[in-house]
Write a protein of this length. Sequence first.
Length: 229
Amino acid sequence: MLRLEGINLRFKGFSLSMDIDVAKGARLGLLGPSGSGKSTALSVIAGFLKPDKGRVRIAGQDVTDLPVPERPLSLLFQDGNLFPHLSAFDNVALGLKPNLKLSEAEHEAVDHALDQVGLRRKGAQKPSDLSGGQRSRLALARMLLRNQPLALLDEPFSALDPGLRREMLALVDDLCRETGLTLVMVSHDLRDVERLCTDLCLLDAGQVQIRGALGPILHDPPDELKPWL
């Protein structure tokens, strides 16, 4: 599904080097300390940064030179990127039509996305009327509505309290199982990776330290992972 092929990037004095694959339906946790290159790697996949060398391939397509809007992926950031003047329904509908001119079928699709995250009855409310957890669910609904094969999550739930964070990770886990979504999630917490991901990539100073299936890695943790346990 996702291939980072010989990626090398120098950006503001930082150097990133990656060569990894993510299989269809897998969920990769990008773990590492601050400044390790996690968000930089996500920006390369999304198209905000172009590598100096290497190629980015998604679902067999070379997207290295494609702008962000043309890549077959969805993004979910910590702030959710919600518009305070729009209703919950319209915030989700933006994932389909920026002009919010929806057909009947598209209107039903928005309702379904809200229903998937438990917000069907909140469509008329503004983001300010919703709790932090509900706002996270709203941003997740918009991501689902885009129906792209790859989702990129940049610590989207880190601002939530531990209970809500666990709830949101469980919801994403259920939705991934239901839809077969391939996912890459940046995190600084191994517990979050354990709750959601099937695979792990540990970055440090822009270099891949560990890469593989999460289960075997946790069963016999290498020395590089022990500070995170």
